[in-house]
Design a protein around this ligand. Sequence first.
Ligand code: E4P
Length: 222
Amino acid sequence: MRMKFFLDSANLEEIKYAIKKWKIDGITTNPRHLMVAGMTVEDFAREVKELVEGTHITVSLEVNPHLEDPKEIVDQATSLASLSNNFVIKIPATESGFEALAELSSKGVKVNITLVFNLVQALQAARLGAYYISPFVGWREERGELNTDFINQIVKAVKGYGYSSQIIVAAVRSAKHFVEAALAGADIVTAGFQVYKRAFDNPYTRMGLQIFSDAWNSIYGR
Ligand code: E4P
């Protein structure tokens, strides 16, 4: 399997751009992105559905983070999932979240277990049938932790035991996180719009273009 690129955003203009120009493979969002975009999860679901239906693009939508009762998590997740086949429902890596996951996977609802910060959480998510598992590398790094072993261990363990869950390296902040994800064999990276913009724009590429443009001018006399 090849590594996919997902956009982490609730901004519909960014999403349209990334689908059209970058052929992005999927979208992830969270309540913070919705707040910035000024939308409820229901509003966002309605709008984004129009953009992705009929494509392979999955959209991960998060349940209300206040929910602690697994039954309430299952109810909201089921209702969001029923809106589109492209939707995958984000549920936190908590004990209640795992209980809800078990129920949802048995009903065929695709779940993205989010806020994963250790291998045990990742393995529990895989055991219970998570479709995606999202370890947050940026948040760990901001607190002084190294990520290379962290991602390697999760990918090695989940794949080694033969679970079908796909690993999304999340909260990606730089091109370096793409390198770590790819070398670990992660399935997916999800990053914000500006992270992609910065990663696609390399100063050496621009410097090389200047050198080649000057050479072109010498040849053609411009
Ligand atoms: C991923 O699924 C999350 O939405 C995301 O990466 C969270 O982190 P951030 O909003 O701090 O980037």
